[in-house]
Design a protein around this ligand. Structure first.
Ligand code: THU
Length: 135
């Protein structure tokens, strides 16, 4: 099975475990680290809505806990009417651990529908250099 397909299978499987009683919108994310390991996450909602977390955030937390630092590719899947793209906050979360090649796959029930570079989805990510006060 190739990387893309593996990411899809893993994201589908973890999507089933999502805790989404308020939106009924289950999301699964799977990523491959530059170090060659797979990590997964699902959305975890909360009765206090802003406390909920996205699937991508879960996968990233798992990657950091696993000791890896860089995302080579991340796939996100939902079964909604429209494709699910990582939200703005998650694009920034992904950017923190990206490299210039980081790929985002967007998938639904039928399979992988789109492939994007992170840098195309978030071309002006706030990066470490942005913290500098010097011109
Ligand atoms: N959600 C994700 O987990 N990832 C996304 O990329 C978009 C939205 C979740 C958050 C919330 O639990 C539900 O989808 C509806 O917004």
């Amino acid at each position: 099975m190739d990387t893309k397909q593996k990411l899809y299978e893993k994201a589908l499987e973890i999507r089933e475990k999502a805790y989404a009683p308020y939106s009924q919108y289950k999301v699964g994310a799977a990523l491959l680290s530059e170090e060659g390991r797979y990590y997964v996450g699902c959305n975890v909602e909360n009765i206090s809505y802003p406390c909920g977390t996205c699937a991508e955030a879960g996968a990233i937390a798992s990657m950091i806990a696993g000791g890896d630092k860089t995302i080579e590719a991340l796939l996100v899947v939902s079964f909604g009417k429209n494709l699910v793209y990582p939200c703005g906050a998650c694009l920034q979360r992904i950017a923190e651990f990206s490299n210039p090649r980081t790929i985002i796959y967007v998938a639904d029930k039928q399979g992988i529908q789109e492939t994007h570079y992170l840098k195309d989805l978030l071309p002006y990510a706030f990066k470490e250099e942005g913290l500098s006060n010097e011109k």
